[in-house]
Design a protein around this ligand. Structure first.
Ligand code: IPD
Length: 256
């Protein structure tokens, strides 16, 4: 466990430093200031800069660990592997908005061991190590005890990787269940908010491992119910994600 504690401490420190770099490079509020790499799928120079920083620092600290980043793909193999999203919520970031984060997850095969998600403009650090609980700014967090869909807040993420008609139909089903809907533009922070009990579910019909790797380790420590993201080829091809407060998990699964 000592080895994992060292990795958790390092992940928290590097997420903080990476967040500071992202803040320095964040464009001022205004129209889109980024390049499109797909439909409404943005990339900024900061994505590459922050990812290279994390890759270099993690290699120095743990040369034996693997590394996979959103922008450059699988850079190094290893029994333990870091999966990093340098800026999750790029669509918010590139317009000078606050809801974005740096996400680091450490996995052993399919098992998430460590997660650190830092939202520098919100001054929020979510972190967890397998078996040691999850925290937000050092304070323990739990998923919510909401048991009734008519009192639930549910976030549904969007990407162009699934048909819009399916996304709209899913939103309609969730809304008809009585829940209120949100869409915040950062899958990692949406999942972290479920971990902290700030919302009751996050669902998205397709998302990639780098978006969720940090959050999976955090959610696992909070009582939230999470679908098997790593099933089939999830690590390389992505998968649907559904993370829920336990008492509405069955109802959400039926809607999803
Ligand atoms: C995206 C965000 C978004 C989610 C997309 C992701 P990016 O990641 O997490 O909320 O709906 O599926 O691709 O591009 O901001 O790193």
């Amino acid at each position: 466990m000592q080895a994992l504690d060292r990795r958790l401490d390092t992940a928290i420190r590097l997420a903080g430093e990476a967040g500071a770099i992202a803040m320095r490079l964040r464009p001022p509020p205004g129209g889109p200031q980024a390049t499109l790499k797909g439909i409404q799928d943005w990339v900024t120079e900061a994505d590459g800069t922050v990812e290279r920083f994390l890759s270099d620092r993690l290699r120095e600290a743990f040369p034996e660990d693997g590394f996979q980043g959103e922008e450059a793909g699988v850079g190094r193999a290893g029994r333990l592997r870091w999966v990093v999203d340098p800026i999750d919520g790029t669509a918010n970031y590139m317009r000078g908005a606050n809801r974005f984060c740096v996400s680091l997850g450490l996995l052993e095969d399919r098992t998430p061991l460590v997660g650190a998600i830092f939202a520098p403009a919100l001054h929020e650090m979510f972190a967890a190590r397998k078996g040691a609980g999850a925290t937000l700014n050092g304070v323990a967090i739990r998923s919510a005890d909401t048991a009734d869909m008519s009192r639930a807040t549910v976030e549904i993420g969007w990407s162009a990787r699934r048909p819009d008609a399916d996304f709209i139909a899913l939103c309609a089903r969730v809304k008809a269940s009585g829940a209120v809907l949100r869409m915040g533009g950062s899958g990692a922070l949406g999942l972290a908010d479920v971990a902290a009990g700030r919302q009751d579910a996050y669902g998205e019909m397709h998302i990639n491992l780098w978006d969720v790797a940090g959050a999976l380790a955090i959610l696992a420590e909070t009582g939230a119910v999470v679908g098997d993201f790593m099933a089939n080829d999830g690590a390389t091809a992505g998968n649907p994600i559904l993370a829920c407060a336990p008492a509405i998990a069955e109802a959400m699964a039926a809607l999803f």
